[in-house]
Write a protein of this length. Structure first.
Length: 262
């Protein structure tokens, strides 16, 4: 009986030590997302705000390069680190990028709301500057939200918005040739739907015969899901919402896409 009691005590001691060791390991190793920082560009825009929300939900630290700090704070809340600067001039881009792990750009010009926000300065010049600093700061992954139709010079949006798609394509090309790991997302028509209801349909080739719409929240979810995924890197794709409800299998969706031609 004495041996049996000692055996039970020894067994309990071993179990306790194993449990304690496992808890120490867990406490000492926070998840990768919690330890990493996403710089969101265009964070106060309608798609950018969704990117901020999805990034925070995924456990990332979020910072944003903004032009109007009071407006951005009211829009984005207290969890986001704000750096006041301007991609059009390069003001404080270096400071915003330095120390970040990832960049997600939901940048978009709007000459009707602000004549100084030209596509050349924002959709091309801004992305070109960001890509340059991303290389210098060794950003792990740069996600760019562009637009379906970017390769179609005769698209009506070019006539309406100062050749916006032509300049978006130039911005894409600047990112592709920069050397930083990238993913370029070209959504169809953007909606304010809540998202998360239908599976995305991802395509390549910029075929406008397959146009559709997608919630901004779903575009943001795709951008955040792509972060640091090898199967999403060096790829450009169009995306619209399908009519099929369900949870996306991101590895399969990104893995089904072709790498961009060099």
């Amino acid at each position: 009986m004495k041996f049996g009691l000692q055996g039970r005590v020894l067994a309990l001691a071993i179990l306790f030590c194993a449990w304690f060791a496992s808890t120490v390991v867990v406490a000492a190793e926070p998840s990768g997302a919690q330890a990493r920082t996403v710089l969101v560009i265009g964070a106060t825009g309608r798609t950018g705000r969704e990117v901020v929300v999805k990034s925070l939900e995924a456990g990332y630290q979020v910072r944003a390069l903004v032009r109007d700090e009071p407006r951005a704070r009211a829009s984005l809340g207290s969890e986001v680190t704000l750096i006041v600067g301007d991609v059009r001039t390069g003001e404080r881009i270096s400071e915003a990028v330095e120390g970040a792990d990832f960049i997600i750009s939901a940048l978009g010009s709007n000459v009707r709301a602000d004549p100084s926000n030209t596509p050349e300065l924002v959709d091309f010049g801004g992305i070109q500057r960001l890509a340059k600093h991303a290389v210098e700061s060794k950003i792990r992954h740069f996600i760019l939200v562009s637009s379906m139709g970017a390769t179609h010079r005769d698209h009506p949006l070019n006539r309406m918005y100062s050749n916006i798609l032509i300049w978006k394509l130039k911005g894409e090309d600047a990112l592709r040739t920069s050397g930083v790991p990238y993913t370029i997302i070209r959504p169809g028509g953007l909606t304010e739907a809540r998202g998360g209801e239908f599976l995305p349909t991802m395509m390549q080739g910029d075929d406008l015969s397959r146009q559709g719409r997608i919630a901004r929240a779903d575009v943001a979810a795709i951008a955040v899901a792509a972060l640091d995924r090898p199967e999403a890197m060096k790829k450009t794709f169009e995306v619209i919402a399908s009519n099929t409800p369900g949870e996306p299998d991101w590895a399969t969706l990104f893995g089904s896409l072709n790498v961009d031609a060099k």
